[in-house]
Design a protein around this ligand. Structure first.
Ligand SMILES: Nc1ncnc2c1ncn2[C@@H]1O[C@H](COP(=O)(O)OP(=O)(O)OP(=O)(O)O)[C@@H](O)[C@H]1O
Ligand SMILES: [Mg+2]
Length: 266
C-alpha cells in the first residue's frame, strides 16, 4: 500500500495544464495551451513579445482566472483559486518587472513572504500561542539562512531599491523560494542584466535546481540562457504552441525562426 502511494506521487506532474485559454475582450492571449511538468524539471517557455508567456504564468499563479481550461498543481485543481491559495499549494514566482516590497528591508521581504505558507490560523496569531511563537522563531531563522546561502546577508537591513539591479533580481528569487515552492516560475530573470550578471544568474539557477527540491519553469528572451539551462522548451506565438522539444530542436525549428524574424525575412 505504502509503495503504491509513493509510486503515484512520483508520477504526478508538478504542473499540468489542459486546454488553457485566456481572452481579453476580442484578444485571445492564450489559446488551448497544454503543458505537463514532472518533478525536478527545468523547462523553458519562449516566444516573441506579446506571445502570451506572462499571461500563462499569471494564470498558473492565480493572478488571472482562465476563460477556459484546467490547471493542476501536484494533482490539485487550482484554476479557480486566488494567488495566495496557489502559493500555499506550492507555486512561487518572480515578475518580469521586479516587484519587491520597497518599503520593507531585505530581511522583511523574505520574512513576510514566508508567512504565506505558515500553517497557523488567526487564533494563534492573536493569542501568540506556543506553536505560533515556535513557528515565528523558525521563520526568522530560516529567513536569515536563506539570505546567507544567497550571499545577501550583508544587505539584510537595506531597502531593496538601494541594491544593485542584479542583486534585486537575486533577492526576488530568494523571496520566491522562501515559501518552499514545488514549482518556481521565473519571468525573464535575466532581463536588464549585463552579460556578467546574466552568467552569474545561470549559475544561480543551476545551483537552485541542484540544491532545492523544486521544479523550475522559466521565460527568457536570452536564448543563450535557455540553451544553457533548459532540457525542454515550449515556444508560443499569438498564444498558440508552435514548437516544443530540446533547446537545439526549437532553435532550428522553421516555425520558431519565422515567428521571431517575421515571415518576410524567411
Ligand atoms: N490584463 C490584460 N488585459 C488586456 N490585455 C492583456 C492583459 N495582459 C496581457 N494582455 C495582452 O495579451 C497579450 C499577451 O501578453 P503577455 O504579457 O502575456 O505577452 P508576453 O509573451 O509575456 O510578452 P513579452 O515578451 O513582451 O513580455 C498581449 O497582446 C497583451 O497586450
Ligand atoms: Mg512577458
Amino acid at each position: 500500500m505504502m509503495v503504491q502511494t509513493q509510486k503515484q506521487t512520483e508520477s504526478t506532474p508538478v504542473l499540468e495544464v489542459r486546454g488553457l485559454t485566456q481572452r481579453f475582450g476580442g484578444l485571445t492571449a492564450v489559446n488551448d495551451f497544454n503543458v505537463k511538468l514532472m518533478p525536478g524539471e527545468l523547462s523553458g517557455l519562449i516566444g516573441p513579445n506579446g506571445a502570451g508567456k506572462t499571461t500563462v504564468f499569471n494564470l498558473v499563479s492565480g493572478f488571472y482566472q482562465p476563460t477556459e481550461g484546467q490547471i493542476f498543481v501536484d494533482g490539485k485543481p487550482t484554476a479557480a483559486l486566488k494567488p495566495h491559495r496557489v502559493t500555499a499549494l506550492g507555486v512561487a514566482r518572480t515578475f518580469q518587472n521586479i516587484r519587491l516590497w520597497n518599503d520593507m528591508t531585505v530581511l522583511d521581504n523574505i520574512r513576510v513572504a514566508q508567512h504565506y505558507q505558515l500553517g497557523y490560523g488567526f487564533f494563534h496569531a492573536i493569542v501568540r500561542s506556543k506553536h505560533y511563537r515556535t513557528r515565528e522563531e523558525q521563520v526568522a531563522k530560516e529567513a536569515e539562512e536563506l539570505l546567507d546561502v544567497f550571499d545577501l546577508k550583508r544587505y539584510a537591513e537595506e531597502m531593496p531599491k538601494n541594491l544593485p539591479y542584479g542583486t534585486q533580481r537575486k533577492l526576488e528569487i530568494a523571496r520566491a523560494l522562501s515559501s518552499h515552492p514545488k514549482l518556481l516560475l521565473l519571468d525573464e530573470p535575466a532581463a536588464g542584466l549585463n552579460s556578467a550578471d546574466a552568467k552569474d544568474l545561470i549559475r544561480l539557477i543551476r545551483w537552485i535546481h541542484e540544491t532545492f527540491d523544486v521544479t523550475i519553469w522559466m521565460i527568457e528572451h536570452h536564448m543563450d540562457v535557455m540553451m544553457e539551462l533548459c532540457t525542454q522548451i515550449k515556444v508560443i506565438d499569438f498564444g498558440e504552441t508552435i514548437a516544443e522539444g530540446s533547446a537545439e530542436h526549437v532553435r532550428n525549428h522553421p516555425a520558431v525562426m519565422s515567428a521571431y524574424l517575421g515571415d518576410e525575412n524567411i
